[in-house]
Design a protein around this ligand. Structure first.
Ligand code: NAD
Length: 256
């Protein structure tokens, strides 16, 4: 059994990835997030798939809590073999009104937490000569949109961080890749539909067709299952030479 730790996995994409790994019955799962029902979600997954899970409410903005979460995972399961840096937040606003504290929170949660967690799992992965770090970036790691300065900066940052860890991890069997989804209908996007409507002065259905899916050639939201399946491949032994990549799953948005 290998062990996977997925941040922000009591909701949306993280939970979708957790379910795909749980289905294989080949991983112990360390779940994390701020949702109050996180422990219940972890217990339900353990029951449904007959696997072992634990839940940590570690806050991405508190490095000591992140280190403790990794320690608890290693104490419980022996190692962290796969780390998925997924927790993330968004804020949509023109630059001149962009709240300073939102900038700090977005950089802290979307980017800096991945540094602290990767650093914490690194010695264990190095010793085992195996490790997989998967960063959930975004199509906005590769291209920008207006009104998302902090988010775009954080996601471009994680794409650069991914490349660096790929180089540093290569001698030790550690790979690092980023997945760059287009729009996935999760609570994060539901909230954004309302915010975008305000920023662009459009109705919510116009935001979906004119702002969100407008940029994708495939006019469908990306499914969490497809992201989970890609993460499963990146975590596999077969993906040992796939490293440093930022893979768009964005309905062709970045092909333009
Ligand atoms: P979501 O809001 O459904 O889930 C985010 C998760 O992160 C939640 O579990 C939340 O509790 C957790 N989280 C937030 N702040 C935290 C903190 N301080 N400490 C610990 N956990 C915290 O959002 P999602 O859409 O599933 O987003 C997951 C990731 O995917 C994010 O990094 C996001 O930027 C990225 N992404 C989302 C989309 C999309 O369209 N939904 C597209 C591209 C990339």
């Amino acid at each position: 059994m290998k062990t996977i730790l997925i941040t922000g996995s009591s909701s949306g994409i993280g939970l979708g990835i957790a379910r795909e790994f749980a289905k294989t019955k080949q991983y112990n799962l360390v779940l994390n997030g701020l949702e109050a029902n996180g422990p219940q979600i972890a217990a339900d997954l353990a029951k449904e798939f007959g696997i072992k899970t634990i839940f940590s409410p570690a806050n991405m903005l508190k490095p000591a809590e992140l280190r403790d979460m990794v320690k608890t995972a290693v104490d419980t399961f022996g190692s962290v073999d796969v780390l998925v840096n997924n927790a993330g937040i968004q804020h949509v606003s023109p630059i001149e009104d962009f709240p300073d504290e939102k900038w700090d929170a977005i950089i802290g949660i979307n980017l800096t937490s991945a540094f602290h967690l990767s650093k914490a799992v690194w010695p264990g992965m190095k010793a085992k000569k195996f490790g997989r770090i998967i960063n959930i970036a975004s199509a906005h790691g590769l291209v920008a949109s207006e009104f998302k300065s902090a988010y775009v900066a954080s996601k471009h940052g994680i794409v650069g961080f991914t490349k660096t860890l790929a180089l540093e991890g290569a001698p030790y069997g550690i790979t690092c890749n980023a997945i760059c989804p287009g729009y996935v209908k999760t609570p994060l996007v539901e909230k954004q539909i309302a915010d975008q409507a305000k920023a662009h002065q459009l109705s919510e259905s116009e935001v979906i067709s004119k702002v969100m899916l407008y940029k994708q050639a495939v006019k469908e939201f990306v499914s969490v299952e497809s992201l989970g399946q890609l993460a499963l491949f990146l975590a596999s032994e077969q993906a040992n030479t796939l490293t440093g990549a930022s893979i768009p799953v964005d309905g062709g948005w970045n092909a333009q």
